[in-house]
Design a protein around this ligand. Structure first.
Ligand SMILES: [Zn+2]
Ligand SMILES: [Zn+2]
Length: 251
C-alpha cells in the first residue's frame, strides 16, 4: 500500500532524494502505434515539469509498433529508434537528459530494457525469436538490465512472472488500477526485488505521472540500473501538476 509521508524528517530526506526526477516508461507517437505525443512534445513536457531526464521505452518490434516488417533488420532498428532520436534532439536543445531503452513484449509479459543500444539491436537480428528466458540472459550477459513492467494488469487471465530473471519490478504504473499495482508491489516484496515506478505515458494529456527521484543526476541507463538495485531512488507521483513523494511499505 502507498502512504503519504508524514514525518517531517523523513519528508525532508525524501525531498532531497527526489531532487532529480526521471520518467522511466515513455512511448512516442513516432515509434509506438499507441503513442499520441511525439518525442519532442514529451521532452518539452517533462522539461516544463522540472524533470532531469526521461527514458524512452517504445514498444519493441514484437509489440505495438509503427515499424513495418518488410525492411531489412538494420532499417527496422533505425526506424524503431526514431522516436528516441526525436526526443533526444529536443532534449539537447532544452537541457533534458534523454536515455534509450525499449519495452520488449512476449504476450502480456512486458520487459523494460535499459543499458543496451541501437548497435546491440542491429547485432542481434534473431532477438525476436528468442524465448523469454534466453532474452533475459542475453540482455544481462551484455550488460543490460530488465524491469518487469506492470506484471499484473486488468483483464489478463494468465499472469507470468520471472522473479529470477528481472532486476526490478514496476510497482506503480500510471495506467494500471490500484489493485494491479498492489499485486505488483506484493510480488516485488515477496521476492525482495527492487521497486520502481513509471507513467507508461503515451500522451502529454496524461494526468497522473509516476517516476523515480534521485539525489543526483544519473549518468546513463547503466547508472539508473545500478542506482535502483542499490535502493537509491524514491518513487514519485505527480497528480494535478504537483509532486508528491511516497514511501512504499515493505510489508
Ligand atoms: Zn506495457
Ligand atoms: Zn509501456
Amino acid at each position: 500500500m502507498l502512504r503519504d509521508l508524514t514525518l517531517e524528517t523523513t519528508l525532508e530526506s525524501v525531498t532531497r532524494m527526489s531532487q532529480y526526477k526521471y520518467e522511466t516508461h515513455l512511448h512516442t507517437s513516432e515509434t509506438s502505434r499507441c503513442g499520441k505525443s511525439s518525442g519532442a512534445e514529451l521532452a518539452l513536457h517533462y522539461k516544463r515539469l522540472g524533470y532531469t531526464g526521461v527514458f524512452v521505452t517504445d514498444h519493441f518490434l514484437n509489440g505495438n509498433t509503427t515499424v513495418p516488417e518488410d525492411p531489412s533488420w538494420p532499417d527496422r532498428v533505425e526506424m524503431f529508434c526514431h522516436g528516441y532520436r526525436m526526443a533526444a534532439q529536443k532534449g539537447r536543445e532544452i537541457g533534458l537528459d534523454v536515455h534509450f531503452g525499449w519495452e520488449y513484449g512476449s504476450g502480456w509479459v512486458h520487459l523494460l530494457t535499459y543499458g543496451l543500444d541501437q548497435d546491440w539491436l542491429v547485432a542481434n537480428p534473431e532477438v525476436l525469436s528468442w524465448d523469454l528466458l534466453h532474452y533475459c540472459d542475453r540482455v544481462h550477459g551484455d550488460g543490460g538490465s530488465i524491469v518487469h513492467a506492470h506484471p499484473f494488469r486488468e483483464g489478463v487471465d494468465i499472469v507470468q512472472v520471472l522473479p529470477g530473471h528481472v532486476d526490478a519490478v514496476e510497482v506503480l504504473n500510471s495506467g494500471r488500477d490500484d489493485e494491479s499495482n498492489r499485486h505488483a508491489l506484493d510480488y516485488a516484496n515477496s521476492f525482495g526485488l527492487p521497486k520502481v515506478a513509471g507513467s507508461d505515458i503515451h500522451s502529454i494529456e496524461c494526468k497522473r505521472l509516476c517516476g523515480m527521484g534521485f539525489s543526483r543526476r544519473l549518468r546513463d541507463a547503466h547508472d539508473y540500473a545500478t542506482a535502483i538495485k542499490a535502493g537509491e531512488g524514491v518513487i514519485i507521483e505527480m497528480p494535478a501538476g504537483r509532486t508528491q513523494e511516497h514511501e512504499l511499505e515493505d510489508e
